[in-house]
Design a protein around this ligand. Structure first.
Ligand SMILES: NC(=O)c1ccc[n+]([C@@H]2O[C@H](COP(=O)([O-])OP(=O)(O)OC[C@H]3O[C@@H](n4cnc5c(N)ncnc54)[C@H](OP(=O)(O)O)[C@@H]3O)[C@@H](O)[C@H]2O)c1
Length: 297
């Protein structure tokens, strides 16, 4: 990918205070390790405190020379009432927040028509309202200190609808709309918004789906997940590396994916009418493959 050609590789994030939600697993965990290597001061949040402590230990044992100050802060992004107090606790510890990475999120693997309304609500609460609520808790301190950056872990599903993930796609589209509007209000206050749109990344996202009517076919990658190999999947480590480059260069939006998903995203975005003809058929084909692999189990 061409991102390496950009000016900054993240080395100047050393000493920055960076709050990562969803740091107990997948992309968030990989970001924690990558940013610890860069020497950032980290706040690691998620609901599973034991996993967060393990991530912290891993950061410290691998990169103790680079990053020594890591705060584990249990946080449920859907517990909106706790966000102001959590922010105060972070500010008490570090006295500033340079970057908030809104990474916590859940997906679904179910027909829209069969997704229970409570699951739709759970996804909206986690992926949209949780992000908005934490953003609003953190923004006042960024305005006061005169700088800041909000990094939102969106998805290519926030650029084109994804089969069996209608509500998930809706939540990611919503983030783009919200922060497009927010930018117009804060662009002259030295606060930057970076939306990161990964394609498929190896993580626990399917296992942790809010509603999972279809299983993921077993996967395999260089890091040893499962039994089969999918060349279009990116590792969480590579996604974290590219996210860091986007963040360090304060890019507004990046699409981080392997082919053919990256090509499809360009196709959907720049030729939407043509894509709508092919995209529906491709989505149906993908659904049939998933259903077939489900039957063979
Ligand atoms: N994997 C992909 O293919 C892919 C592609 C595009 C975008 N993304 C996005 O990347 C982000 C990270 O996902 P992932 O792939 O790394 O999945 P993952 O391995 O399932 O990690 C999800 C993280 O979110 C946390 N989380 C979930 N609900 C939460 C809540 N209510 N409060 C606080 N933390 C919560 C989880 O921690 P706890 O369970 O401990 O709370 C976990 O740390 C998500 O926003 C996802 O939409 C993923």
């Amino acid at each position: 990918m061409a991102y390496e050609a950009l000016g900054k590789n993240g080395d100047d994030l050393q000493g920055k205070v960076i709050w990562i939600t969803g740091a107990s697993s997948g992309i968030g965990k990989a970001l924690a390790l990558h940013l610890a290597r860069k020497g950032a001061k980290l706040i690691l949040s998620a609901r599973n405190e034991d996993s967060l402590k393990q991530v912290k230990d891993e950061c410290l044992s691998n990169y103790s020379g680079q990053s020594s100050d890591i705060l584990v802060l249990r946080l449920d992004v859907t517990d909106f009432d706790s966000h102001k107090e959590a922010t105060q606790n972070v500010l008490k510890h570090f006295s500033k927040i340079d970057i908030l990475i809104n990474n916590a999120g859940r997906s679904q693997r179910a027909y829209a028509s069969q997704t229970i309304l409570d699951m739709d609500k759970a996804l909206l609460n986690t992926n949209v309202l949780g992000v908005i609520s934490l953003f609003k808790a953190v923004l006042p301190s960024m305005l006061t200190q005169g700088h800041g950056q909000i990094v939102n872990m969106s998805s290519v599903s926030g650029k084109m609808g994804t089969v069996f993930a209608a509500t998930y796609s809706a939540t990611k589209f919503a983030l783009h709309g919200y922060f497009d509007a927010v930018q117009t209000e804060i662009f002259d206050r030295n606060i930057h918004i970076t939306n990161v749109c990964p394609g498929p990344v190896i993580s626990n996202i399917i296992q942790n789906a809010a509603q999972k009517d279809f299983d993921q076919p077993p996967l395999k990658s260089a890091d040893g997940y499962g039994e089969r190999s999918f060349w279009f999947l990116m590792t969480a480590e590579r996604c974290a590396e590219l996210t860091t480059i986007a963040m360090a260069n304060q890019l507004g939006e990046v699409w981080v994916s392997r082919q053919p998903i990256l090509f499809l995203t360009y196709f959907a975005y720049y030729l939407p009418h043509l894509y709508s003809f092919f995209g529906k058929r491709l989505g149906k084909k993908r659904a049939e493959i998933m259903l077939e692999s489900q039957k063979q189990k």
